[in-house]
Design a binder for this molecule. Structure first.
Ligand code: MG
Length: 160
């Protein structure tokens, strides 16, 4: 059985993951509107992944005897200057999510909940990948330069 403190913290993280999903969906639609089809596709998949994270946490909570309570999702930002700014915002957001996951691990550790710590290590590893991927795309766009963003956009369109 999971502690009430951890139940609340994981529910908050579920809300944060759903907010991330909403943010990436908004970015995907913005990019589509701007004609960046490949990036819009990539971001749409990213939105789906964040929803999967929320569901994975919800299922874990239920398995441990906790109750899932979906909360209100706050409005997400909309409108970025260019493709590079969108991916810079993704990178910044993923760094923030990494901090949230780290805080959850600290709490699980303070609560002496080994199973939750074990569950969360998967997300700690996931964040390493998320940060590296976003940072890699930012680097690619910088290297390509605005006139060649299309090359990076095409590559992003091949995400499966
Ligand atoms: Mg996530």
């Amino acid at each position: 059985m999971i502690s009430k403190k951890l139940e609340k913290a994981i529910n908050d993280q579920i809300t944060a993951e759903l907010w991330s999903s909403q943010l990436y969906l908004q970015m995907s639609l913005f990019l589509k509107h701007e004609g960046w089809e490949g990036s819009a596709h990539w971001m749409g998949m990213q939105a789906g992944e964040e929803r999967e994270h929320a569901l994975s946490m919800a299922n874990y909570l239920i398995k441990r005897g906790g109750e899932v309570k979906l909360a209100k999702i706050d409005e997400v930002p909309c409108g970025w200057d260019n493709l590079l700014e969108v991916f810079k915002a993704v990178y910044k957001h993923e760094c923030h999510v990494s901090e949230l996951i780290d805080e959850l691990v600290d709490l699980a550790s303070a609560e002496k909940d080994k199973a939750t710590q074990d569950f969360l290590w998967g997300f700690v590893r996931e964040q390493v990948e998320e940060e590296a991927t976003a940072s890699g795309i930012v680097d690619s766009l910088k290297r390509a330069g605005e006139n060649n963003y299309i090359v990076v956009d095409r590559e992003l369109g091949s995400r499966k």
